[in-house]
Design a protein around this ligand. Sequence first.
Ligand code: PDD
Length: 295
Amino acid sequence: MVPSTTVSVAVNIDGTLYGAKDARISVFDHGYLFGEGVYEVVRTYGTRIFLYPEHMRRLRASADRIALTCPVDDEVMLGRIRETLAAAALDGDAYVRILLTRGVGEIVYDPSACPSPSVVVIVKPHADPPASALADGVRLALADIVRNHPGSVDPAIKSNNLLNNALAMQQAYREGAFEALMKNHRGELCECAQSNIFFVRNGVLLTPPASAGLLVGITRAFVLDLAAGIGVPVEECVLREDDLASVDEAFITSTTREIVPVVTIGSHTIGGGRPGPVTQSLIAAFTAAIPNHLS
Ligand code: PDD
């Protein structure tokens, strides 16, 4: 159990609470052995979870794609998240990582070797992007590594196989960039290592389509709806590095980052090198809409 003095990080493994130091999973879990698992990252505003049904729907869709079934329903999972949040006793917003792995079994690929999937919930403090990122915009590395081919490990599966993402981020760290923008096997811009990418050109909001091979972000969908709601035309379209010269604004979206303006991508300066007005309007619309989507 979590000692009462422990704060900040708490973990729930298959329904039992642990402190950070005691949270252990077997080395025979196929999540560890083979990366066989899926996950979600949700966040709270205060104690309430943002877009919970949408995240659970995607968790189940990801699990389906690897022939894995989540053994708990949304209500039970919500109960576990709430218990874990209570154990972490955070002062502010929480980062919640939900992991579902194949479970423990013999070292063989046969799924029937693992009778029960493991369900883990990790709660830790949420960290907002630095204020300077929002005020001044960030730089993205243009990753050399190609995003996974959808016919291989499909990026639409929010999989624990994150080596592709980790390698892209290694380049970002080397270059001192905030994120890494990846291209797909056709050389089209598709998504970042941990977020989706958007552009604004001539007042139109542009983002690569799902067919580019990307994780269909919950925040991406939320922002597309917000844009429609404030009268910004939206187009999902193929974008290439050449397009970076003609876009006026860029930003990234994710659960933990909401919307972060982008002012440099690789060697390209975006727009005037300052966060643009459409990005700012969407940030304001996002903030205003949060209270209507909390569980
Ligand atoms: N990352 N693309 C990738 C590759 C991602 O890992 C993420 C999310 C997104 C944005 O998805 P969403 O809006 O649903 O968070 C896009 C999470 C936050 C993470 O792994 O920490």
